[in-house]
Ligand binder design. Structure first.
Ligand SMILES: N[C@@H](CCC(=O)N[C@@H](CS)C(=O)NCC(=O)O)C(=O)O
Length: 88
């Protein structure tokens, strides 16, 4: 699983933290968010047209919302206690 990351981003941090808690190994690629604004480049927008970080890629799946990434990491790790069992 690959994470496009910026070390000072809280949204990126929570994905790294969740992966660590779930023992999911990430291939972390640092993106030059500042000052390079690489997340707005044509190449990066081919991955995430919104031009935001983080981005999590697992095969053909591309996640661009960090909360969805947390749920996905909890599910693929089968660490059921991290997911609620009902809507509440
Ligand atoms: N809803 C997104 C928001 C992520 C977000 O806002 N990321 C910031 C960095 S922390 C970003 O990429 N902003 C684009 C910019 O400022 O140009 C998520 O939580 O994944």
């Amino acid at each position: 699983m690959k994470l496009y990351d910026y070390v000072l981003s809280a949204s990126c941090y929570k994905v790294r933290l969740m992966a660590a808690l779930m023992a999911v190994k990430l291939d972390v690629e640092a993106v030059d968010f500042h000052p390079g604004r690489a997340h707005k480049s044509t190449d990066f927008r081919a991955i995430n047209p919104a031009g935001t970080l983080p981005v999590l890629v697992d095969g053909d799946l591309v996640f661009t919302e960090s909360t969805a990434m947390l749920v996905y990491l909890a599910q693929v790790s089968k660490a059921g206690a991290w997911l609620g069992v009902g809507p509440a």
